[in-house]
Structures are given as structure tokens and as C-alpha cells.
Design a protein around this ligand. Sequence first.
Ligand SMILES: *Cc1c(COP(=O)(O)O)cnc(C)c1O
Length: 477
Amino acid sequence: MTRLKEFLESGVNPEDHLDTIAMLASLDYIEKGSKRVAKAIEQELVDQRNSLKLIASENYSSLRVQMTMGNWLTDKYAEGIPFQRYYAGCQNVDDVESYAQELGKKLFNAESCTVQPHSGCDANLAAYLAILSEVIENSKVKDMGKSLMQMTHKEYEVVRQEFTKARILGMSLKDGGHLTHGFRNNFSGKLFDAYSYGVDPITERLNYDEIRAQAKEIQPHILIAGYSSYSRKVDFSIMRSIADEVGAVLLVDMAHFSGLVAGKVFEGVYDPIPYADVVTSTTHKTLRGPRGGIILSKKRFEEGLKRVCPLAQGGPLEHVIAAKAVAFEEALTKDFQNYARRIVDNAETLARHFIDEGVRVITGGTENHLMVLDVFSSYGLTGKEAEERLYRSGIIVNKNALPNDSRGVIQTSGIRIGTPAITTLDMGQNQMLDVANFIVRCLKGEDPAKIRADVQQLKARYPLYKAISLGKLCHTN
Ligand SMILES: *Cc1c(COP(=O)(O)O)cnc(C)c1O
């Protein structure tokens, strides 16, 4: 019997379970043509159900978001921007994309929004290129009185060389920044003259005076704020004043914490939108939407950012853009604001439990959705060993270098833990004590099988996509 048939015969009211029915029907249908793919999709649900997802950059998007991605909007080429496309027949994707833009502006209170970036990385690539076009290229264009197309090869080469001399200053990868902020094995460290700031070795926090001094010395074209593994809030009013002092454009990459901005947990000087010239983000981390990127900006950069295509991409993924609109609608609700608040409450509680257990938490705690634990000084384990041991216990985290980590980025001395996903499952303060206990028991060397059983017992009380029952393919688990 198919999954769908089994479900419908269980006596449920179909109207109440359209999401489940749609998902079961698609699995049944995919399986008819592609057994192997259907099995991987189904097995992923089994695995996500059986494990505790503590990866700080992951979440569980709604089934509505997921379904919105799986349809014929993917078949439409829509290079250009809404109502100004290169190909005909874009009336429906124009409608969806302009709606997503409007919602993005409303959600973040931004002057301008583009929803075309395929990912957080692409959003940063497009943002850098658009900013540098504005601040480097446009002045040359004015000086020469010629557009890029009218320049001779030699003239254009002068402009292009200026681009490669562009200086960017962002948080270093090893202290919690992202690869796209100037890491040498990323486009940002290859195309630009990239510099980085770190955290203070004692407090393990940003030292704004230090950043200011560095910025004065380097005179960056773009000052970048934002992080992937830093557990403290950033004061964007100070970053703005530093950018102003050196004449830099301020770009904030809120990939990790955009859900906390949308949910109004980060307000005032901790909300980057009023302070930054350009703000980039993913849509799939705390924001809980489809895998993708967005760029918000002040009016000054609006024109440049309309050109994500051709600057950095070709045709936008309109099926994903439609899902971004659905996710923004969800994020505009009171429920989402409560969710965002609970992510941070849970993280604070979890960090407190670790500290009570004598675990060294970097910076002494957290003010956002994540924390970094020093597992080497606490348990004599490298981050890699801790990650593997936790994985065997059904707990999914990632190893993470600590500031000034002597064990490098492959072994590391730490792990990063985040609460966005387990908060989506509705876990609260009491469950954080369980989660901390599982991790501490595991790192102290208790039998992983025993912990795994306890993890599954907890997870069974917080089911993922509750009504979806699984078919025959994965019943070995
Ligand atoms: C995750 C992340 C990105 C990249 O996002 P992808 O969608 O994986 O490309 C960029 N910047 C920061 C700060 C991030 O944390």
C-alpha cells in the first residue's frame, strides 16, 4: 500500500492534513520513477527525527515553504528584475518576486530589497561587486565621460585594476567570521585586498577601539560586520561610526541572526538595518525559510543591487523566491516573534547549564542563538573528537575553532551549539537541561548507545512534521 493510501485510510479528515497528504503523495510519486532518490529523502526525515539537531546554522522550514519550492516556477527564466525582464512570459514570477521584495522590506523595515541571491555566499559576492561598482567604477565612468561599454580595452583595464585593489575589512574566520569576509581560499580573499579583525584575547569579544584603529590604518572601501560563530551582540551604531570616520561602506552580513532581527529580539543599536548601507543574509538559518539569500540596502545602492544578474548570477530561482515570500509572511507573525525570543532564552539557559557543569563557554555565555564550548580544556577532547562522539550519541553539532586555537581548524578545540532548530520543535527551558546533560554525559565518556536511547526518547516527544508517517523504505530503523 502506498504511504498516501495508508494515511487516508487511517480515518483522518483530509482537509486538516493537506500538507502531510501533499508530502506523502510526492514521495509515493517520486518513488515510482526514482526509488533511490525517494529513499534518500525519506531517510533524511528518519535521521532528522532520530537526532538532536544543534547545528547553529540549521533549522526546520515549514512544509508550506518546502512545497512552494517544488513546482513549475523553477522552469521559468527571469533574468532582469520584476517588470523589466529579458525574456517574455514573466507575468507570474514578476508578481511573486515583487511581492517577496515588498515583504522583505516590510519585515526588516528596509529601503530596498532584492530576493534574487541563490545563497548567502552569492548575496555577499553580488553585494561586494555592486558596492565597488558604485564607489570605484562609477567615479571612473564620470571622469572619463564614457560608459564601461564605450571604453577601449586599455581604458577598461585601468578600471578593472582598481577593483582588484579594493580593500575590505571583516571579522577573521578563525575568530568567528565567515569565509566570504576575506578568507584566502574564497573569492573574497582572492579578488580583493582583504584584512581582518579578531576578538580580544582576554574577553574573547570584539574590541571596537581596536577595530577603529585598524580601520584607520587600512582605510577599507568596505567595512564588514557579522559572524558565523560569535555569541555576542554587535553594536552597529559603533560600526557605523567607524565606517564614517574612514569613509567606508558598512556592510552587515546577518546570515546567522536575521531571524532575531525579524523577530524583534535584536532592536536599537543591535538591529543593523538603520545603520548599515547594505545588509546581506541567508533565508534558511534563524529566519527559517528556504535555502537562499537576500540583500537589503539604502537607496544609494538600490540601482546597483538590482543587477545581481548580470553581476554575479544568471536566472533567479523563482520557485525559491516564492518560498521566500511564504517564509517572510510567516516571519511577520506574532508567533515568529515569540519563536525568536525563545531561541535566545533557550540558548541562555543551555549556556548556563554548561557553565554550572564546569564547561568553559567562550565569552562566558551567549546573547544570541549560539554558543561555543571549549571541549579541550573541559574534557581533553579535540573538537573533532567531540563532534564524532556526539554524533554517535545522536547529537549533531560541528567542531569549531576557538579564538587563537592552537589545534587549527581541522582538529580544533571547540564545538558550536545552536538552538534555532530545537526551538522550532517547541523545546523549552526544561528540555535545555536534558540537552546539556546528554552532551556532558557524552563528553565525559558515557556509552553513546545509552545516550542515543535517551535522545530518541526526548525527540519522540517533539516530533518533526508530526503527521507524516513513513513507508516501507526505511523501516529498518
Ligand atoms: C552561512 C553564512 C553565509 C553563507 O551562506 P550560504 O547560503 O551557505 O552560502 C554567509 N555569511 C555568513 C555570516 C554565514 O554565516
